[in-house]
Design a protein around this ligand. Structure first.
Ligand code: SAH
Length: 477
């Protein structure tokens, strides 16, 4: 263990603790990496003390410089890989090390899928207390991945700025707001890359002033591009500080001419000093103001600000699994909690008697109703409100559900909702989750009356550390 490395991040805040730890800030250590954590960082141990090394892989021996220590774990920067994992690959993106978007490009895709399944299993065991072997075990299936795990994102949100007098747009360098110029992102749909590159070029040519975040001056803050993967329709959203765009007509005409597939050009005005991308006001500059896409047979209208899953191919895989787990045959009443723009609800409506969807964002519910009408689907009811408030009210009104599907945000389900589900006793619960730790926590509560049968991880975000799951629970009685 070398002890000569230079300090990298200033003095340790708590020197007393430091003395009792096996590593110190600034020290270079050699460490065996035994696993990956949920953020994709390598995990190693030094005299029982946990060290996280970003960029290191399980099975590797690395040299790393300690940056930061806490009482029971610390962080180190990878200096050199001494013994390389057979699963290490060369990240195809030249900006992988600097961009915060991807964290696993250095790991072979098959191993990424295995890692994501392992994360789900660890959470189910540690947080949920579930057994994964023997009688009554939860079956965790291998992660369903993509055949071609690149170019999958249907939405690009690119910050615009200025560097040495030139307009730049790309991504923020890690833990900063410095914009690194970039024209190609390997997980982005090529149509979005093309659209953003064209707008950057045109904005520079037409002297549209880029936004300066520090001084809060300039006009063009973000370029957002969305594409319907099945329809090829492209929407360009220009997020600006003010309403007036110099040479607006020329810009719109040039975008129409130079962006293949463009069917909507929209301006969103965000005058505030904020990290939030969109402001309140949206104006359609050309076209209908929406684009369309299909998930399976269902058509969706996507408006500039509405939430839509970013990996449409894997969304279909996830929703098909959700439909299969719901076990609907055409006679069931189903509740879809946290329904967003009604995507899962409309999928389920094909095989149910009636679907009730609830979602807290009123605009999303308006989209859900519009999407139902667009597809001629009438056996759905959508209501805006908190799932933990609306579903108990439905229960009071005498609505009984055969199946309840939940798809909550990262923080998981509200306790009151879990309690209501236990009281309503649907035959099945299908839990769609983007966070395995809150999934495990909530399944533990539902296990009072439900057997957790299977969990299917789905890779919605290849090369990032995110993992999505779908879990099937069947009533014990
Ligand atoms: N099922 C949808 C959306 C899932 S994202 C889809 O697959 O597209 C989770 C959704 O839960 C978001 O739309 C968010 O607005 C909503 N949400 C957050 N808290 C909520 C609550 N307490 N009650 C209802 N919906 C909520």
């Amino acid at each position: 263990m070398g002890k000569t490395a230079k300090k990298r991040r200033g003095p340790q805040q708590n020197p007393k603790t430091e003395l009792e730890l096996p590593v110190q800030v600034g020290q270079t250590v050699e460490v065996e990496i035994t696993g990956l954590n949920h953020e994709g960082a390598g995990v190693g141990r030094i005299e029982g003390y946990t060290l996280f090394v970003k960029g290191a892989l399980a099975g590797e021996r690395v040299r790393a410089c300690v940056d930061h220590v806490k009482k029971s774990y610390g962080f180190a920067t990878l200096v050199e890989v001494l013994e390389k994992s057979a699963s290490r690959t060369l990240p195809p993106c030249p900006l992988f090390d600097r961009c915060g978007g991807c964290s696993l490009q250095h790991l072979a895709y098959e191993e990424q899928l295995r890692h994501k399944r392992q994360i789900v299993m660890d959470n189910l065991q540690r947080i949920g207390g579930f057994s994964l072997e023997g009688e009554g075990a939860v079956v965790v299936h291998p992660t369903l991945g993509m055949r071609d795990p690149w170019r999958y994102r249907n939405k690009a949100q690119v910050p615009i700025g200025e560097e040495n007098g030139a307009l730049v747009g790309g991504f923020y360098a890690e833990k900063s707001h410095e914009i690194i110029d970039m024209d190609e992102c390997l997980i982005q749909h090529p149509a979005n890359d093309e659209a953003v590159a064209a707008v950057k070029r045109l904005a520079a040519e037409l002297n549209i002033p880029p936004y300066d975040e520090q001084r809060h001056t300039g006009l063009l803050r973000h370029v957002v591009a969305k594409v319907g993967a099945k329809t090829g329709e492209v929407m360009v959203v220009l997020v600006t500080t003010g309403e007036e765009i110099p040479q607006r007509e020329r810009l719109v005409a040039a975008i129409r001419e130079q962006v293949p597939g463009v069917t909507s050009i929209v301006q969103n005005i965000n005058p505030d000093r904020t990290n939030v991308i969109f402001g309140k006001k949206t104006v359609t500059l050309w076209g209908s103001g929406v684009i369309y896409d299909y998930i399976g047979p269902i058509k969706f209208a996507i408006s500039p600000r509405s939430f839509y899953q970013v990996n449409p191919a894997q969304t279909e895989v996830l929703y098909n699994k959700t439909l299969e787990y719901a076990g609907a045959t055409g006679t069931e009443t189903v509740i879809d909690a946290y329904c967003g723009i009604g995507t899962i609800s409309l999928f389920l409506a094909q095989k149910s008697r009636h679907v009730y969807g609830v979602e807290i964002v009123p605009e999303a519910i308006a989209d859900a109703k519009r999407n139902a009408a667009l597809n001629g689907i009438e056996n759905v009811t959508f209501e805006a409100g908190a799932a933990e408030v609306v579903i108990p009210a439905w229960k009071e009104q005498g609505i009984r559900a055969d199946v309840i599907v939940v798809d909550p945000p990262r923080k998981g389900c509200d306790e009151a909702l879990l309690k209501t589900i236990l009281e309503m006793e649907p035959k099945r619960v299908v839990y769609v989750s983007c966070n395995p730790s809150t999934l495990a926590r909530d399944l533990k509560v539902l296990a009072e009356k439900y057997a957790v049968k299977e969990v299917q991880p789905v890779d919605m975000f290849p090369h990032t550390s995110h993992v999505e799951c779908c879990a099937l629970l069947i009533g014990k009685l």
